[in-house]
Write a protein that binds this ligand. Structure first.
Ligand SMILES: [Zn+2]
Length: 147
């Protein structure tokens, strides 16, 4: 009887789909506004077998927007700030509002604290967009003469 109740009230299939795509139980639970504990109960009471941890790793590597990468990205930025200080001036437009300046990664060597340049938010955005549009060879030449 209990199972019947949950099946009719929650899109269990949709939940499992998201979970299979690489979302954690906590993330799926947040989307459907239930507690993680509740979701886990829904899964187990419906006879659903949780995916193996390996699936998540594969998803993580293949997905550039993966949370784990973003966490690393922020950690790298913090490291640069610690070693080279807070950027106070944009190296491109020279605008001085110190609060809007940030370390922008140049060549994608995030772990290298010297692969960063000082840019304001606007120039950083333009720079990232510009990088996406360039052919690889142009990028290589320009970027290697930058830092
Ligand atoms: Zn700027």
């Amino acid at each position: 009887m209990g199972n019947q109740y949950y099946k009719t009230n929650y899109p269990l299939k949709k939940m499992q789909e998201l979970y299979e795509q690489g979302y954690t139980q906590q993330e799926v639970a947040d989307i459907f506004k239930v507690s993680q504990k509740h979701l886990s109960f829904l899964f187990s009471s419906s006879g659903y077998i949780s995916r193996k941890p390996m699936n998540r790793n594969q998803v993580g590597i293949n997905n550039p927007n993966w949370k784990g990468n973003n966490i690393c990205y922020h950690q790298f930025h913090r490291r640069v700030e610690k070693k080279r200080g807070k950027p106070k001036r944009c190296s491109k437009c020279g605008k001085t509002p110190y609060f809007s300046c940030q370390w922008a990664n140049i060549k994608g060597n995030y772990q290298d604290i010297y692969d960063y340049t000082r840019l304001c938010k606007k120039c950083h955005k333009n720079f990232d967009e510009w990088k996406l549009k360039q052919p690889k060879i142009v990028l290589w030449i320009v970027l290697n003469f930058m830092s």
